[in-house]
Design a protein around this ligand. Structure first.
Ligand code: HEM
Ligand SMILES: *[C@@H]1O[C@H](CO)[C@@H](O)[C@H](O)[C@H]1NC(C)=O
Ligand SMILES: *[C@@H]1O[C@H](CO)[C@@H](O)[C@H](O)[C@H]1NC(C)=O
Length: 241
């Protein structure tokens, strides 16, 4: 019996090792958030000009291999400017030129910062995470900086604000709307009158998103901040836009 145990231990030893290497080690590697650290200069080499090396993209200091999206990120691709750098800000500004290609989020609204975090989520879902960029978002040890924690906290506030705004807007019915080539745009209310209302600054993503059309009953029309559509009667139920 004692003999058998010695045998089984001898037999299991190498097998446990093989199982570790084959199954567990790749998992540890996959979930090990350290991976490798990149410098700005090193990342810049992965800008899609050299077909023989992977195309890499940084966002909030996380680095992803986007080679499989070569048509977007490679030479001549519409999003080639994202390759070989961290241009976090451009994911919400849409400014892919000059100083627009920066990782600084200074002055962006909390909902904008949330959008950048959502882009990072997109890359985690769609591409392979390969490491971290040492700089604004990760220090030379690969630890998150104050700046990254600040951005993530701001994004969380943005999410909260947008949630609150959604429940707020649900209380005030939105206008119906339609658009056709012949007749152009039209907004109308089944109950009440269409008015343009300004969204809070922190929610407004772009100029376009900063206002919405909502329906107000006659006795609500004296509320502050309600804008009558240009060329539309004060009590009209339908307005051209
Ligand atoms: C702030 C502005 C914008 C940013 C930051 C942005 C960013 C991106 C990125 C990063 C991708 C690639 C996603 C991937 O890896 O699969 C993408 C794809 C795409 N974008 Fe944009 N985009 C912007 C504006 C626009 C606009 C205005 C349009 C259309 C008028 C547009 C149309 C598309 C289309 C059609 C694709 C998919 C292309 C394909 O799958 O072949 N984007 N965008
Ligand atoms: C782009 O990458 C190539 C090599 O992969 C490098 O020679 C070139 O300097 C890079 N461009 C920039 C602007 O860093
Ligand atoms: C892009 O950003 C740069 C630097 O901030 C600025 O000079 C330029 O006017 C911007 N371009 C657009 C189209 O907004």
């Amino acid at each position: 019996m004692e003999n058998f145990h010695q045998w089984s231990r001898l037999a299991l030893g190498p097998r446990v090792g093989a199982v570790f290497v084959a199954l567990i080690a790749p998992l540890l590697y996959k979930f090990n958030p350290q991976k490798r650290l990149f410098s700005v200069e090193e990342l810049a080499l992965h800008n899609g000009t050299d077909d023989s090396i992977p195309i890499l993209l940084g966002i909030l200091g996380s680095v992803f291999d986007v080679t499989k999206g070569k048509s977007h990120y490679g030479k001549g691709g519409g999003y080639n400017h994202f390759a070989g750098r961290d241009a976090s800000r451009a994911f919400v500004s849409g400014n892919f030129t000059g100083d627009g290609l920066t990782d600084s989020l200074r002055g962006l609204s909390s909902s904008n910062v949330k959008s950048v975090v959502e882009w990072r989520d997109f890359y985690f879902r769609s591409y392979k995470f390969v490491g971290k960029l040492v700089g604004r978002y990760y220090d030379s040890q690969g630890n998150p900086t104050k700046y990254l924690k600040g951005a993530e906290a701001k994004a969380a506030r943005g999410a909260q604000l947008m949630e609150k705004q959604k429940t707020e807007e649900a209380k005030q019915p939105s206008c119906n709307s339609k658009w056709s080539q012949e007749e152009g745009g039209e907004v109308w209310c089944d109950d009440g009158c269409p008015r343009l209302v300004q969204r809070p600054q922190e929610i407004a993503l772009t100029g376009k998103m900063s206002k919405r059309c909502a329906c107000f009953k006659e006795d609500e029309l004296n509320r502050p901040g309600l804008e009558v559509y240009e060329g539309c009667d004060y009590l009209a139920k339908t307005c051209r836009v």
